[in-house]
Design a protein around this ligand. Structure first.
Ligand SMILES: [Zn+2]
Length: 182
C-alpha cells in the first residue's frame, strides 16, 4: 500500500514516491487549482492468475478508479507483492480477506457459466476488497446486490451510496487502517 497525494482529485502535482527516491518534493500547484490535498491509497492487484477473466478484472478496477477518488486500484509491478490477488477457479465467486489486508478474489466460473456478467462480478468482488459488504437482495443499480439482481443485470457500476461508502472507508484514514492493514 502506498499513498499518493493529489490536488483537487485532478492534477497530480505532488507524487510521494518515497523519500529515498525523490528527496523532499516541491509541490507546484497549477494556477487556479484549489490546493485541497487528498491522500490517495493505492491498492495493487495481481490478475496473473485470473485466466480468461483478466480483462474483466482490469475493467472492474478501471470502473472503481473512475468512481472514487480516495483509493486507486493499480496492477502490481513484476516482483511486487500485490495487496489483492485474483484467481479464476471453478467455484462460486468469493472474496477472502487476508490478515495483512487486501486478500484474494476468486472469480468462480460457476457464475459466468450460468450467464452472470463477468465485469459486474469482478467489480463486485473488488468492492469487497474496498470494504463493502454484500447487500442482498438488492436492485441492479447496486453493485453489492450481486447475483440477487438476477442474470439480466449487467450493471458494473457502484451506486452513489456505494461510492460514498468507499470514500469514507479510505478518506482521512491513515494508510493501512482498513481491514487491519498496516
Ligand atoms: Zn459479494
Amino acid at each position: 500500500m502506498r499513498v499518493r497525494t493529489l490536488t483537487g482529485g485532478l492534477a497530480a502535482v505532488l507524487v510521494l514516491a518515497g523519500p529515498l527516491l525523490n528527496g523532499p518534493a516541491e509541490a507546484v500547484p497549477s494556477a487556479g487549482t484549489a490546493p485541497r490535498q487528498v491522500a490517495v491509497d493505492v491498492l495493487t492487484y495481481d490478475a496473473s492468475r485470473a485466466g480468461e477473466f483478466k480483462a474483466a478484472v482490469d475493467r472492474g478496477a478501471a470502473i472503481w478508479n473512475e468512481s472514487v477518488e480516495s483509493v486507486e486500484l493499480r496492477p502490481a509491478g513484476s516482483g511486487e507483492s500485490a495487496d489483492v490477488r485474483i484467481v479464476a477457479d471453478d467455484g462460486w465467486p468469493r472474496s477472502v480477506p487476508s490478515s495483512q489486508g487486501g486478500g484474494t478474489v476468486y472469480l468462480g466460473r460457476e457464475a459466468m457459466d450460468q450467464g452472470y456478467y463477468a465485469i459486474r462480478v469482478a467489480a463486485h468482488e473488488l468492492g469487497h476488497m474496498l470494504g463493502l459488504p454484500d447487500r442482498k437482495p438488492g436492485p441492479c443499480s447496486d453493485l453489492m446486490s450481486g447475483a440477487s439482481a438476477g442474470l439480466s443485470c449487467t450493471n458494473p457500476y457502484p451506486s452513489a451510496a456505494e461510492k460514498a461508502q468507499v470514500e469514507r472507508n479510505f478518506e482521512g484514514a491513515p494508510a493501512g487502517a482498513l481491514l487491519g492493514r498496516s
